[in-house]
Design a protein around this ligand. Structure first.
Ligand code: DGL
Length: 271
C-alpha cells in the first residue's frame, strides 16, 4: 500500500505547480498526474459538469491503485471536493482551497486578502467561506482572471499580451487595501515573476502549492502511508488530449523531460 502512487488531478497543466511542491516535500513518493487537457478549462463550467468530470478522473486514478488523491485544481476543489468525499469515503482526498486559505492568513497582517480565481471558484464562494471559517474578521476580495488559463496552457507567460492581461486583472483587486494576494487557481503561479513585477512591494503573493504539499505529508503520516523507499519516487503523466503541448510546458515546470500518455476518461480505457 505504501509504495502505491499518489494521484494528482488537474484540469490541465496548472496542477504541475502543485506536483512540483509535492515532489519537493515528498521526494520518495510515486506520483500519477492526470491533466484533463481535452476539457480544460473547467473554471467556466457548471458545478454539475465539474463534478461529473472529477468523478470520472477519480475513477480512472483509482483503477491505477492510488493511495491518496490530491486535487491540484482550485475549481474542482471548490465545486467537487464534497462530492468526491461522499463517493469515495475510503480514499484520502486533499484539496487546495483550505491549504491556500491558511497560507494567505499566515501571510497577511491586516487580514485583507485578495484572491484571483476562476469564475466557478469565485461563484462557489469557497475561498471566502474557508478564510472566514479560520478568521471571522478577515475581508476577502475575489476576482476571476479567466484569460490566464489559456495563456498558461499556451506557455505565454510573459510578453505584451500576458503583461496587459495581468495588469487588467490586478487593477480590479488593487482597488482594495489588501496586503496579501492569493493565487487561487493552479495556473496562475506560472505568472508569478510577471505578477510580482507589477505588484506593490507591501503585498505578499502566495499560492496553495507548498501548504497543500504539507497537508499531504501530514495526512500520509497520520495514516501511516508514507513511502519509505530510499530512492526518489517516480512520476507518470496522463492527459486526455494531444500530449505534445503538455510535455513542452511541463518540461519547463518540472525541469525534466516528461512523456505523457493519452487516456480516455469516459471509456476508462487507454487510448
Ligand atoms: N485548474 C483550474 C483551477 O485551479 C484552472 C484551469 C481551469 O479553469 O480548468 O481553478
Amino acid at each position: 500500500m505504501n509504495s502505491e502512487p499518489i494521484g494528482v488531478f488537474d484540469s490541465g497543466v496548472g496542477g504541475l505547480t502543485v506536483l512540483s511542491a509535492l515532489r519537493t516535500t515528498l521526494p520518495h513518493e510515486n506520483f500519477l498526474y492526470l491533466g484533463d487537457t481535452a476539457r480544460v478549462p473547467y473554471g467556466n463550467k457548471s458545478a454539475s459538469t465539474i463534478q461529473r468530470y472529477a468523478l470520472e478522473a477519480t475513477h480512472y486514478l483509482l483503477k491505477q491503485d492510488i493511495k491518496l488523491l490530491v486535487i491540484g485544481c482550485n475549481t474542482v476543489t471548490a465545486e467537487a471536493l464534497a462530492t468526491l468525499q461522499a463517493e469515495f469515503p475510503d480514499l484520502p482526498i486533499i484539496g487546495v482551497i483550505e491549504p491556500g486559505a491558511l497560507r494567505a492568513l499566515q501571510a497577511s497582517k491586516t487580514q485583507q486578502i485578495g484572491v484571483l480565481a476562476t469564475r466557478a471558484t469565485l461563484q462557489s464562494g469557497a475561498y471566502d467561506r474557508t478564510i472566514k471559517q479560520h478568521a471571522n474578521d478577515a475581508q476577502v476580495f475575489t476576482y476571476s482572471a479567466p484569460l490566464l488559463v489559456p495563456l498558461a496552457e499556451e506557455g505565454w507567460l510573459s510578453g505584451e499580451v500576458a503583461t496587459q492581461t495581468v495588469q487588467k486583472y490586478l487593477q480590479q483587486v488593487l482597488k482594495h487595501s489588501i496586503d496579501c494576494l492569493l493565487l487561487g487557481c493552479t495556473h496562475y503561479p506560472l505568472f508569478v515573476p510577471l505578477i510580482q513585477s507589477l505588484l506593490p512591494e507591501h503585498i505578499t503573493l502566495v499560492d496553495s502549492a507548498t501548504t497543500t504539499a504539507q497537508a499531504t505529508l501530514l495526512q500520509l503520516q497520520k495514516m501511516g502511508l508514507e513511502n519509505k523507499q530510499d530512492h526518489h519516487g517516480s512520476m507518470q503523466f496522463y492527459v486526455t488530449d494531444d500530449p505534445l503541448e503538455f510535455s513542452n510546458i511541463g518540461r519547463l515546470f518540472l525541469g525534466q523531460e516528461i512523456f505523457p500518455q493519452t487516456v480516455h476518461l469516459t471509456g476508462l480505457k487507454p487510448f
